[in-house]
Write a protein that binds this ligand. Structure first.
Ligand code: ATP
Length: 347
């Protein structure tokens, strides 16, 4: 099968429904073969953006969508060469696996022998050879996911669009299928846009993540950039857990409830900024040796690590990830040592 991925360019794409702006003018460039994840809370405009790329919605006047050099803004979905997978997979329950995968080929009147070869190829690619003649309701969740992907790929799309394909599943299955999806998407040479509100999915699947909020893009970056260099408090708080060190700045030092943190001048944030850090970027130490001191409030043993909440060290309760073997008791005084490279200043 020959997939030829194209870059996608959205330029000034806005969307208004019945007089209400749900998407502010948005620019986004997606590389050929890249997997982009649109991440954000419900109602932020992810699906609308995906539907504009698909050709199921037209952007407001002035917005354009290009696939490579082709301006596809006015092209209907059936002429855009996109493959789509929805939350429910929308497989046909009365058709078997082969018929589901080959459905689009039949509609497009692809010659039967050629269609059969394509379906065989997709069955092999998705490790479904043994299941071609089975009805859909005899498949596991993971197998259904692969049928839905195979069907979306059957017509050799230039672009693959996935709208919350794992959301309807229970948590355990979702974890397994996320891993499978990762392997599948890495192996495909197709430009992919994946919509989710689940940050673990976004981190694992995206080459880059587009964090959206209230119809706007907040940040575009690799999962590491989004996690370690969030552009705003909203991004920092939406992706992973983060601690805020609120306090008074004086002479390059931050005075918090539990002590004073002195920073090298280069790390002192601009006026009005606050410092944040991730739970894994601090260590619990002897109180006497620490600049920040607080009291252990909660201890959650999670096996490979122990998640500890500490009060009194800053205005907010802090969350620290300690090694699994650490022994602590509630009410105990602890020192907190934050790694300088883990400090994030945000306005
Ligand atoms: P979810 O994760 O819940 O699907 P989302 O981020 O994908 O959320 P969208 O589906 O893009 O969000 O919706 C963005 C906003 O636009 C929402 O407030 C929604 O109610 C509104 N909206 C979407 N489609 C329409 C429509 N056809 N008519 C009117 N309003 C719409």
């Amino acid at each position: 099968m020959k997939l030829t991925p194209v870059p996608i360019t959205l330029s000034r794409c806005a969307k208004t429904f019945q007089g209400t702006r749900v998407l502010e003018p948005l620019d986004l460039a997606i590389g050929a073969g890249e997997t982009i994840v649109l991440l954000g809370p419900s109602g932020c405009g992810k699906t609308t953006t995906l539907r504009i790329i698909a050709g199921l919605e037209t952007p407001d006047a002035g917005g354009t969508v290009s696939f490579g050099d082709d301006d596809v803004t006015r092209l209907p979905i059936e002429r855009r060469q996109v493959g789509m997978v929805f939350q429910s997979y929308a497989l046909f329950p009365n058709l078997n696996v082969r018929e589901n995968i080959g459905y689009g080929l039949k509609i497009a009147k692809v010659e039967p022998a050629k269609a059969r070869r394509r379906v065989d190829e997709l069955l092999a690619m998705m490790r479904l050879e043994a299941h071609g003649d089975k009805p859909i309701d005899q498949l596991s969740g993971g197998q259904r996911q692969r049928v839905a992907l195979a069907r979306a790929l059957a017509r050799e799309p230039r672009v693959l669009l996935l709208d919350e394909p794992l959301t309807a599943l229970d948590a355990r299955l979702r974890d397994t299928l996320r891993r499978e999806m990762n392997a599948l998407l890495r192996g495909l040479n197709v430009t992919t846009v994946y919509v989710t509100h689940d940050q673990a999915e976004a981190m694992e699947l995206g080459d880059r993540i587009v964090v959206m909020s209230a119809g706007r893009i907040e940040q575009v970056g690799t999962p590491r950039e989004i996690y370690y260099r969030p552009a705003s408090r909203h991004v920092a708080q939406f992706v992973g857990t983060i601690n805020r060190l609120a306090g008074q700045w004086r002479d390059g030092a931050l005075a918090t409830a539990g002590g004073t943190i002195r920073l090298p001048p280069a790390l002192v944030p601009a006026a009005g900024s606050e410092l944040f850090f991730r739970p894994e970027d601090a260590r619990l130490v002897e109180p006497a040796a620490a600049s920040l001191v607080g009291t252990v409030e909660g201890i959650s043993f999670l096996g490979e690590r122990t998640r500890v909440t500490v009060s009194g060290a800053a205005a907010d309760t802090l969350v620290i990830d300690a090694p699994g073997r650490i022994e602590l008791t509630r009410g105990q005084a602890v020192g907190i040592d934050v790694a300088p490279e883990g400090l994030i200043a945000l306005a």
